[in-house]
Design a binder for this molecule. Structure first.
Ligand SMILES: Cc1cc2nc3c(=O)[nH]c(=O)nc-3n(C[C@H](O)[C@H](O)[C@H](O)COP(=O)(O)OP(=O)(O)OC[C@H]3O[C@@H](n4cnc5c(N)ncnc54)[C@H](O)[C@@H]3O)c2cc1C
Length: 612
């Protein structure tokens, strides 16, 4: 069945049973949407991902995008698929309806994005950048810029990029050297950017680059950077294409994974004048670019969820088929499938609980973005601000913890395949290679941790972080009320560990302490957040299992009977799995959080004392 495995049941469970997206539908910006429409769109995205994208995935990995004479040729089938992708409206799903977008909730974009990423991760990146760049123009562009670019980018007729990185300016974006010199109604852009995703390709007739560059005389650092629209072909306001704009791909990178995504070194103005048009405020480039980066950070975290979940499902299927060894419990005769072995089961439940947990974290973050939009439209500025605050805190966590876990799940899934996992006969190794990038781009994960500890924890005097912990704490309380005391205790202890470390960092005399502990703190908070969301799922599952028990005449407390039923009944198995996720995560992950807090507050300075 190839690599395409998705669990639509879980996707819809998180959207509608856990996050209750339907409570926001029919309101404000989502007036045109209801639960049935959302559900049908998920089904349609799954069909598109399975029928159109999944068949491209393996070949795109083997052949990849190729470069010759300044031109990039995308893998076979990408062009046709991209056309139908744009026509179906998938690029502009959450885009502004005034410019041809579909105005759907961000949660739907996250969920459909997950399906497309499983279909073919490298194909999906052009969409991500196009909608992100179009949204930048929506927020900061003039009316003419919006009219010229947005609709064409939403439809896929043109695509977009984000151009920050230079050879000497990666994390340190402020060191960028690209320049923008005023000339009449435009600027002349000169310089080189590296690692530009979809910087050049043959999918669309024009490419609209969002480029950070410095106007001569601007201050050093990020404060001196402005943002420019730099089209591959110049165009008039009616969108009629004119001359080439001297934007060229100089080469593409040979990479570990996502071979179908061209990662380009781009030259601007090297063979003639390259026109750029100021987008937004002079000197406000970096601040504006953060809008696109924050949107992308959620989606990159979701790449971890997408590939992690697909890799887990693949490992589960393989483990049920592969026969090796005998049953350690002696309940089964003869040689058994490896899924019977405790150590393989440990790997699979580790994968399942983590992969489903980061999916929930991503959707929950998206829900808060959508809630903020609805509340803003309804005039509830305070409610909207609260939702925004929690999103701000969760964004570095979903980006970094989501992508770290996505990779680790894919790695563990490969391990379940033994030696076959290391070969190209199974998709396990491609999952590992493809998802590895998510930990690096959109701000390497170490930088996300510094953002969380150095900026987000202190926002509004710590009130944003407190709001986030309160929201997660309410989930622990729900679990307690539902009789899931052990799980509730574990979540509460994990959240208390987070609060303890945050307070400790705030009071630290040694200013290096928060820097040394930032990564561990982000992991700790990721674990606490996922633990809370898994507890919330367990509450819903417990209620559902109670109803199932009643309808089948099973004693509510008879877990053995429920487990037996779960072997033959998919619904029971689904909810039983949710309870097992929360139990496992509490016992094996959350139980270690208090000790982790202790370690993060320790005075060990070997990291700084070591001589490398
Ligand atoms: C496949 C791919 C696609 C990409 N797509 C795009 C794109 O479309 N547009 C774009 O602009 N860029 C893109 N990038 C670039 C990507 O965002 C950068 O690679 C990333 O931001 C890191 O920059 P760098 O590679 O220069 O690493 P460096 O900045 O050299 O960092 C190396 C390591 O040092 C750490 N580090 C650096 N500075 C600090 C610090 N101050 N404190 C603590 N740790 C630090 C980092 O966390 C990292 O682990 C892409 C990269 C790849 C590989």
């Amino acid at each position: 069945m190839g690599h395409f495995r998705v669990d639509l049941r879980d996707i819809k469970f998180v959207m509608f049973e856990q996050c209750r997206l339907q409570d926001l539908l029919g309101r404000g910006p989502f007036a045109a949407y209801d639960r049935d429409t959302m559900s049908m769109m998920i089904d349609e995205a799954e069909r598109f991902a399975r029928e159109v994208l999944a068949p491209l995935n393996e070949a795109s990995d083997r052949v990849g995008a190729t470069f010759s004479d300044g031109k990039v040729t995308m893998p076979e089938g990408f062009k046709e698929a991209f056309r139908s992708y744009g026509e179906a409206g998938w690029i502009s799903l959450a885009g502004d309806p005034e410019y041809g977008g579909m105005g759907a909730p961000v949660m739907l974009e996250a969920a459909t994005g997950e399906l497309f990423e499983v279909g073919c991760l490298s194909f999906n990146l052009t969409r991500l950048l196009s909608s992100g760049a179009a949204n930048l123009i929506r927020s900061f562009g003039t009316d003419e810029q919006k009219q010229t670019y947005m609709g064409r980018m939403y439809s896929g007729q043109w695509t977009g990029t984000m151009c920050l990185t230079e050879a000497g300016a990666g994390t340190d974006v402020g060191a960028s050297r690209a320049t923008a010199t005023p000339e009449g109604d435009h600027y002349l852009i000169e310089g080189e950017k590296v690692f530009i995703t979809s910087g050049e390709h043959d999918l669309a007739e024009n490419i609209i680059h969002a480029v950070l560059a410095r106007i001569p005389g601007s201050p050093e650092g990020t404060r001196g950077l402005s943002l420019f629209i730099v089209p591959k072909f110049r165009c008039d306001s009616a969108g009629t294409l004119g001359e080439a704009n001297n934007v060229h791909a100089l080469r593409i990178e040979e990479k570990m994974g996502i071979h179908g995504s061209p990662t380009c070194v781009m030259g601007y103005g090297q063979d003639g004048p390259c026109h750029g048009y100021l987008l937004g405020e002079q000197g406000g480039g970096m601040k504006q670019m953060f809008q696109m980066m924050n949107e992308a950070r959620l989606m990159v975290g979701m790449e971890g969820a997408a590939i992690g979940n697909a890799a887990y499902l693949q490992a589960k299927a393989y483990s049920a088929e592969r026969i090796q060894g005998r049953d350690a419990t002696r309940r089964k005769e003869g040689r058994v499938a490896i899924i019977e072995h405790p150590d393989v089961r440990r790997m699979l439940l580790w994968q399942k609980s983590h992969a489903e947990g980061i999916r929930a974290l991503g959707y929950y973050t998206a829900l808060l973005v959508d809630r903020a939009h609805v509340l803003e439209a309804e005039g509830d500025a305070e409610g909207a601000a609260a939702a925004h605050s929690i999103v701000g805190v969760l964004t570095p966590i979903i980006k970094a913890y989501g992508s770290d876990i996505g990779f680790l799940v894919a790695d563990s899934a490969l391990q379940c395949h033994g030696g076959y996992g290391y070969t190209s006969e199974y998709p396990a190794e491609q999952f590992v290679r493809d998802v590895r990038i998510s930990r690096i781009y959109e701000g390497a994960n170490g930088i996300q941790a510094l953002d969380l500890v150095g900026r987000k924890l202190g926002l509004n005097g710590g009130a944003d972080a407190r709001l986030c912990l309160e929201a997660l704490g309410a989930m622990a309380a729900e679990a307690r009320d539902a009789g899931l005391g052990e799980i509730a205790d574990a979540v509460a202890a994990a959240l208390a560990s987070v609060a303890r470390v945050a307070t400790g960092f705030g009071a630290a005399e040694d200013r290096l302490q928060p820097l040394l502990g930032a990564y561990g703190f982000l992991e700790l908070m990721g674990q606490a957040a996922v633990g809370a969301l898994l507890a919330q799922q367990a509450v819903l599952a417990t209620k559902a299992l109670l109803e199932i028990s009643e309808s089948r005449g099973i004693e509510a407390a008879d877990e053995a009977a429920l487990r037996k039923l779960a072997q033959d009944d998919d619904e029971t198995a689904f909810y039983w799995g949710k309870v097992m996720n929360a139990r496992f995560f509490s016992a094996h992950v959350l139980s270690l959080c208090p000790a982790r807090a202790e370690q993060l507050l320790s005075t060990d300075r070997s990291v700084m004392d070591v001589v490398f």
